[in-house]
Design a protein around this ligand. Structure first.
Ligand SMILES: C[S@@+](CC[C@H](N)C(=O)[O-])C[C@H]1O[C@@H](n2cnc3c(N)ncnc32)[C@H](O)[C@@H]1O
Length: 308
């Protein structure tokens, strides 16, 4: 579904590292750009401000709530889709190659502050955590239906929970007595195996693991990064901001080697085959001032690469 026109809410989300993201995109006034994580539209608004009258901006968001923030500008189109389908959706919109792509990964402040969405450990609500509201997999299904081994894997890999096996077993035992439907129920179960006085950090890790699994976030990121190679023009910029180490590792490897794992591929003559030149030699983070004003900026990691 493609939307045009509308109003934007300033309460929805404060854009992180706005200036550095724009510098990374190196905006040409008549260029075509994509913001694959539209959210409250903060970054998109700035891209439009820097673009001239013949520039164009396409934005993606899978969350229907983000559609209310759409921007009333003829140069802009908002596409209500998962960015894992970047290439096909751009082709459908008549675009094959672009000058820059921005991804500001994860969830918006709006999503985390909306109790009913089930993303935050601060509220009680049904276990949901779906970013797009139409998916069949939600957090409730995972905690009640995944096997002990599967739970162990996602808690360890996506939450980096040290006693992931014990937590998985505890959840499987608890659900034999009663299905686990709410955030408070899940927290009460996890509390039994959480390190004392570090319960909140433990719940945050558990919620991160569930959120990544519900939304298949790493799979979507891999698919998006791979398609970015085809979609960017030579010299086009890829700007990605991530908020946890698993995402950042994928982004870093892909920008450096054109692969998520293993070594750079070489041609017959031993020359490296790499789609990108890395622009940010060291990962960029937000300034102390920005982190003071916006806590969400604290864990942001920004990387920029240029298509060769
Ligand atoms: C951190 S927020 C972006 C905030 C935005 N840069 C701003 O300035 O308001 C991330 C947004 O990306 C969306 N999102 C996350 N993963 C997505 C995916 N795979 N496909 C489409 N949208 C996604 C979320 O729904 C959320 O609205």
């Amino acid at each position: 579904m493609i939307q045009k026109g509308g109003i934007m809410s300033s309460e929805y989300h404060i854009p992180v590292m706005l200036h550095s993201c724009m510098e990374g995109l190196d905006i040409k006034s008549d260029g075509t750009y994509v913001d694959v994580t539209f959210g409250g539209g903060g970054h998109s608004k700035e891209i439009l401000r820097l673009l001239g009258p013949s520039g164009r901006l396409f934005a993606f968001d899978q969350d229907p709530d983000a559609l209310q923030n759409t921007l009333d500008d003829d140069r802009f189109q908002l596409i209500h889709q998962n960015f894992r389908f970047l290439k096909n959706n751009l082709r459908f919109a008549g675009v094959t190659q672009v000058d820059g792509i921005l991804a500001d990964l994860g969830i918006s402040s709006h999503q985390i502050d909306d109790a009913a969405r089930g993303f935050s450990t601060r509220f009680d609500a049904d276990l949901d955590m779906r970013m797009g509201q139409s998916g069949e997999l939600d957090a409730r299904k995972i905690v009640n239906e995944y096997s002990e081994e599967e739970l162990h894997r996602i808690f360890g890999m996506y939450g980096e929970i040290v006693n992931a096996k014990t937590l998985a077993k505890t959840i499987v035992n608890a659900r034999l007595v009663d299905p686990i439907s709410t955030i408070n129920q899940l927290k009460a179960i996890a509390e039994n195996v959480a390190p004392k006085r570090k319960e909140n950090k433990y719940y945050a890790q558990l919620f991160q693991a569930l959120r990544i699994e519900v939304n298949k976030e790493l799979e979507a990121l891999e698919a998006f990064l791979q398609q970015s190679v085809d979609v960017l023009k030579p010299g086009g910029r890829l700007v990605v901001m991530s908020y946890h180490s698993l995402e950042d590792r994928l982004v870093k490897n892909f920008m450096q080697k054109g692969k998520f794992r293993g070594e750079v591929e070489k041609d017959f003559y031993g020359n490296e085959i790499k789609p990108f030149k890395v622009i940010t030699r060291k990962v960029m983070t937000a300034s102390e001032k920005e982190v003071k004003e916006n806590a969400r900026a604290r864990s942001a990691k920004l990387r920029v690469a240029e298509k060769i």
